[in-house]
Write a protein that binds this ligand. Structure first.
Ligand code: NDP
Length: 487
């Protein structure tokens, strides 16, 4: 008989937490409880990957209708109905949340719709007032979007807010150059919003292969996104109606000349404002946008949880520090997913949850393998990537780069200038493919499969031995014979 109420108490009902709870209960026979203070499914299902991808689909129909004429169809494009889409989206999210609840119930997990914090190394305190004890505690509380320190930054929205908008803005400024910024720039542009994007660095998607991110940036601009690099917001305030300011979409950066006092007045009204926003950028330009979206990163959810009080160590950004087995500095407490700020992707959190159950409940210590994780950025076109960028690879060893960029059949026929990119970074010494980068419609689907080969350690010659599937875009990945360059 255990001295504890539960073998495992999971805090957080997102992808990682739910998977760990139901596998521990369903497969390992553990007595498990889970607490979630928001909706089940977490960031991915409720305010991230899933609704985002549905919005990507929604945003691509305008282009499909345009191109259809080249294929002989007589289609007329009507306006996009945000309300109708949003209510279908909400129904789908309700359905998915129920699926998550049912999965837990079906596995015999006790659930608490409550906020949980630590009251000891084996105790969890719930906002209902109850305290539960557990032999092991798993923290899977995820993260949240953060705004920069810019004055009046609260006037801007964050990605969580997008799915609840009452209406779409006419003009939108997106700040940031990471996954979320670039994905929403494409989505909103496709839905008919005038999108401007400010990124403080020299090129968006820092850390990814330079050639690939260059093509994504170029394609975004070709599609009408006003992408400005080396630019950031320095100040923002509600735009007063009686001021004659240049409106984004109707004019480029224009001087407005608001006095300091006028700006202060506008700032004073900040709390009440949900109207147009005046923005001053680092290059001195001043513009007005209907809405500003900050996609400037995410922080781990570790505040007010009693973590440090019981001895759990936190890193500089507030992330929980764990070892290869996701164990914290307190042996009974583990953490997985975005709260540990390792690789912040849903499938990785799920892997970490399964490895935790193997280690703790199945007697099979399993470190999490964070090497060669394929991922996709759902820009338009998408970018799929696995392994090293050309830049990182050449810092490591001598390489050959195989690369091709071309106009794909489907959109070329419709008269679009779109180009795609297929790229392999190959080790000269071992012939192994160190990195594969694809920018193309459907690149997310392609990189999942290429990722298997790369993870298996396939060589360039293994790719060459594979017969092309014709006519496809991805056939180029097995037909590139001559290196574009060596380094
Ligand atoms: P990222 O960390 O990817 O990007 C943050 C961006 O904001 C960077 O361009 C950064 O610039 C910029 N930034 C940070 N602070 C400031 C500031 N003070 N002023 C101006 N710009 C700033 O975060 P995201 O929010 O885009 O995404 C969070 C995580 O979510 C990703 O890392 C990813 O793991 C995950 N995700 C994955 C998706 C997918 O798999 N398709 C989709 C969406 C999210 P700089 O580069 O200079 O630091």
């Amino acid at each position: 008989m255990s001295d504890f109420d539960y073998d495992l108490f999971v805090i957080g009902g997102g992808s990682g937490g739910v998977r760990a709870a139901r596998v521990a209960a369903g497969e390992a026979g553990a007595k498990v409880a889970l607490a979630e203070d928001d909706r089940y499914g977490g960031t991915c299902v409720i305010r991230g990957c899933v609704p985002k991808k549905l919005m990507v689909f929604a945003s691509e129909y305008a282009g499909v209708v345009e191109d259809a004429a080249s294929y002989g169809w007589d289609l007329t494009q009507g306006p996009f109905d945000w309300h109708s889409f949003r209510s279908r989206l909400n129904e789908e999210l309700d359905r998915l949340e129920q699926v998550y609840r049912n999965l837990l119930k079906g596995s015999g997990v006790d659930t608490f719709d409550a906020r949980a914090s630590l009251a000891g190394r084996h105790e969890v305190k719930l906002s209902t007032g109850e305290t539960k004890s557990a032999k092991h505690i798993l923290i899977a509380t995820g993260g949240h979007p953060v705004r920069p320190d810019t004055p009046n930054a609260h006037l801007g929205i964050v990605s969580d807010d997008i799915f609840h908008l009452e209406s779409l803005p006419k003009s939108l400024l997106i700040v940031g150059g990471g996954y979320i910024a670039c994905e929403f720039a494409g989505i909103m542009n496709g839905l008919g919003v005038e999108v401007t994007q400010y990124y403080r660095g020299a090129q968006i998607l820092r850390g990814f292969d330079e050639e690939a991110r260059g093509l994504v940036a170029e394609s975004m601009r070709e599609r009408g996104i006003d992408l400005r690099v080396g630019t950031n917001i320095v100040e923002m305030a509600p735009a007063s109606a009686d001021r004659s300011m240049s409106h984004a979409g109707t004019a480029s950066d224009a001087a407005m000349g608001a006095s300091a006092q006028q700006v202060q007045e506008m700032q004073a009204k900040a709390e009440a404002s949900d109207g147009p926003i005046w923005v001053k950028s680092t290059n001195g330009g001043e513009r007005v946008f209907d809405m500003v979206l900050f996609a400037t990163g995410r922080d781990p959810n570790t505040k007010d949880m009693g973590l440090e009080e019981v001895g759990v160590k936190l890193g500089r950004r507030g992330q929980i520090e764990v070892d290869d087995y996701s164990q914290t500095a307190v042996p009974s407490i583990y953490a997985i997913g975005d709260v540990t700020d390792r690789v912040n992707l849903t499938p990785v959190a799920i892997r970490e949850g399964m490895a935790f159950v193997e280690t703790v409940f199945k007697g099979n210590p399993t470190p999490v393998d964070h090497d060669l994780i394929p991922s996709a950025i759902f820009t338009q076109p998408e970018m799929g990537t696995v392994g090293l960028s050309e830049e990182d690879a050449r810092d490591q060893e001598a390489i050959e780069v195989y690369c091709t960029s071309f106009r794909p059949m489907q959109t070329a026929f419709a008269g679009r200038p779109d180009r795609v990119l297929m790229k392999l970074v190959v080790s000269k010494a071992t012939r192994k493919v160190l990195g594969c980068h694809i920018v193309a419609p459907g690149a997310g689907e392609m990189i999942q499969l290429a990722g298997i080969a790369v993870k298996m350690g396939a060589t360039k010659e293994d790719f060459d031995r594979t017969v092309a599937v014709h006519p496809t875009m991805s056939e180029e990945i097995v037909t590139m014979r001559t290196p574009m360059r060596t380094a």
